[in-house]
Design a protein around this ligand. Structure first.
Ligand SMILES: *[C@@H]1O[C@H](CO)[C@@H](O)[C@H](O)[C@H]1NC(C)=O
Ligand SMILES: *[C@@H]1O[C@H](CO)[C@@H](O)[C@H](O)[C@H]1NC(C)=O
Ligand SMILES: *[C@@H]1O[C@H](CO)[C@@H](O)[C@H](O)[C@H]1NC(C)=O
Ligand SMILES: *[C@@H]1O[C@H](CO)[C@@H](O)[C@H](O)[C@H]1NC(C)=O
Ligand SMILES: *[C@@H]1O[C@H](CO)[C@@H](O)[C@H](O)[C@H]1NC(C)=O
Ligand SMILES: *[C@@H]1O[C@H](CO)[C@@H](O)[C@H](O)[C@H]1NC(C)=O
Ligand SMILES: *[C@@H]1O[C@H](CO)[C@@H](O)[C@H](O)[C@H]1NC(C)=O
Length: 341
């Protein structure tokens, strides 16, 4: 087969995949009530979902079967901290979460300080019949990130380090989970909200994930997914590149095992997918005139054989940008079946 013909066939099959992508149904697992904001989530090896809330500084455990009521796992003084954001696991059942100071409408820190806390779930036990906590998770401050303004996405770099994104300043910290030592590890132009003229929001780098030796990140103001190769110490190598730039208001995102990215577009109330070969994302659920995925903020896959194709999503009820200018709904943990992807 000629090279031209095989290229043409490859292009056709890519197009065929893109056109074959169907929209998926969205299901609600749990609703948090009026004026709430579910911001991020992590799934424990036992399948239970840890959800961080931004409207109040709290992390809850949500049952993926929807049978049991959520249990508060960690909470902080709401006079000291605004809310919780990115959450990620390092070694089994050790989670790290961003607990945020207060930002103003420009996303500049106005009071308090941003911090990263450890939630050690190995000490957490509860009655499976009543849900009553028998022994709490062990919650301790790892570090104040004193030079940050709006600390947002968090991901695991190694067993002993996490990366945390500062959305206002457009850079990423590396935080040592044994010492709390932290430093700016990646500071890339494509992480800045003001890398475009008249940015619609002062939020640059938001979701961050490591995949195949690259650090990937969304830039909310630009509406892009980007990447740069990094070492296992989080040191950037070479130049950054744009993966796709048609994901307006991109918030957090997640890779499925096969490399398909699912991107939550909070203020567009949409979820998009990007296959590895694609140069543009495609919307598979939600719309900015519908409450189906109101303010979708992040996604994580189930970890049990029964739910490994289920993508759990946190939603913020469109509290960040009300739908049609005025409609907000309760925040949720929702889910979609990604078996077709
Ligand atoms: C939630 O908001 C709806 C619509 O505004 C209202 O009807 C309902 O009573 C509220 N529920 C609670 C628990 O406040
Ligand atoms: C946020 O705080 C900064 C620094 O104090 C100030 O310059 C900015 O105008 C504030 N933004 C809003 C929307 O209040
Ligand atoms: C767990 O922590 C909560 C909140 O601090 C406290 O009220 C409760 O008594 C603790 N439970 C146990 C079993 O220690
Ligand atoms: C990281 O932790 C896991 C689980 O505790 C362990 O199996 C693995 O060997 C560790 N990896 C490194 C590089 O230390
Ligand atoms: C980040 O990079 C900018 C240039 O784009 C530079 O001015 C700034 O000092 C750097 N900041 C840090 C903390 O590395
Ligand atoms: C938003 O407005 C559109 C157009 O008027 C309408 O079809 C849609 O139902 C509205 N959505 C909500 C959530 O009210
Ligand atoms: C929905 O998004 C489109 C851009 O894709 C924008 O033009 C439109 O104004 C938005 N509609 C609403 C109701 O926010």
């Amino acid at each position: 087969m000629s090279r031209l013909l095989s290229l043409a066939l490859a292009a056709c099959s890519l197009l065929a995949t893109a056109f074959a992508i169907q929209r998926v149904d969205v299901n609600v697992l749990y609703s948090f009530g009026n004026s709430t904001w579910a911001e991020n989530l992590a799934v424990r090896a036992n399948g239970q979902i840890l959800v961080s809330r931004l409207d109040t500084p709290e992390v809850l455990q949500v049952d993926p079967t929807g049978v049991k009521a959520p249990i508060i796992v960690a909470s902080w003084d709401p006079a000291t901290y605004m809310g919780c954001l990115g959450i990620s696991e390092t070694t089994p059942d050790k989670f790290y979460v961003v607990v945020s100071g207060f930002v103003n409408d420009s996303f500049l820190l106005s009071s308090g300080v941003n911090s990263v806390w450890e939630i050690d779930m190995t000490t957490f036990t509860y009655s499976t019949s009543t849900g009553k906590v028998a022994s709490n998770a062990t919650v301790s401050k790892l570090a104040d990130i004193t030079t940050s303004d709006f600390l947002n996405g968090l991901t695991t770099l190694s067993n002993t380090s996490v990366l945390a994104a500062d959305s206002y300043n457009g850079w990423v910290y590396r935080v040592d989970t044994q010492t709390g030592h932290n430093m700016v590890a990646v500071n890339d132009t494509k992480m800045k909200f003001n890398s475009i003229p008249n940015p619609p929001i002062n939020i640059g780098v938001n979701g961050i994930k490591i995949h195949d030796g690259y650090l990937y990140w969304t830039n909310t103001a630009v509406g892009s997914l980007n990447r740069i190769r990094i070492t296992d110490k989080g040191v950037p190598l070479g130049k950054s590149e744009v993966v796709v730039n048609n994901v307006p208001k991109a918030d957090d995102f997640v890779f499925k095992k096969d490399g398909v990215a699912f991107i939550a577009q909070n203020q567009m109330d949409e979820l998009s997918v990007v296959y590895p070969e694609w140069s543009a994302a495609k919307v598979i659920a939600g719309s900015n005139t519908s409450t189906v995925l109101a303010g979708v903020s992040a996604g994580k896959f189930g970890r049990l054989p029964t739910d490994e194709n289920i993508l759990y999503l946190t939603t913020s009820g469109a509290e960040g940008l009300p739908i049609n200018g005025s409609v907000t709904v309760p925040a949720t943990v929702s889910w979609i079946d990604t078996s077709a992807f």
